[in-house]
Design a protein around this ligand. Structure first.
Ligand code: CDP
Ligand code: MG
Length: 149
């Protein structure tokens, strides 16, 4: 089953939005298979955003995700990578659908409250950056059979 990496960024934790944001993924039907509250260090932050190295927003964005603890999550489900991006909304909250997470909880691109992998390949890379294999839990939920045929 497909998995994606989601991070509730420092502003989400500081503003007390973590629970409300997790609920959105739970109610969609995705299965939580990994979760931890962590302080990201510079090495990890730069590795996370390696594809953006050299861009003007690289350093501020690295500083942003290191600025306070984040919640790291792994969700599992059918087409979860693309569907989670839809739930999150556009990178710039000013352009995000008002019903999306960024549309509901943010207004500026520099504090856009959430990260989500942009492809299955990125998801595999990011999950491995944040979680050891034994930190991901495989389990059955009674609701599994009610979520797809
Ligand atoms: O997070 P997402 O994949 O939607 O966007 P990205 O293009 O991969 O950019 C990564 C992160 O850098 C964004 O989520 C923002 O936090 C930040 N960023 C920014 O502050 N200003 C920009 N012009 C572009 C990105
Ligand atoms: Mg990205």
């Amino acid at each position: 089953m497909e998995r994606t990496f989601i991070m509730l960024k420092p502003d989400a934790v500081q503003r007390g939005l973590a629970g409300e944001m997790i609920v959105r993924f739970e109610k969609k039907g995705f299965k939580l298979v990994g979760m931890k509250l962590i302080q990201v260090d510079r090495t990890l932050a730069e590795e996370h955003y390696a594809e953006h190295r050299g861009k003007g927003f690289f350093e501020p964005t690295v500083a942003y995700i290191m600025s306070s603890p984040v919640v790291a999550l792994v969700w599992e489900g059918k087409n979860v990578v693309a569907l989670a991006r839809e739930l999150m909304g556009a990178t710039n909250p000013a352009n995000a659908n008002p019903g999306s997470i960024r549309g509901m909880y943010a207004m500026d691109i520099s504090r856009n409250v959430i990260h989500g992998s942009d492809s299955v390949t990125s998801a595999e890379r990011e999950i491995a950056l944040y979680f050891k294999p034994e930190e991901l839990v495989d389990y059955r939920k009674a609701s599994d059979e009610w979520l797809s045929e």
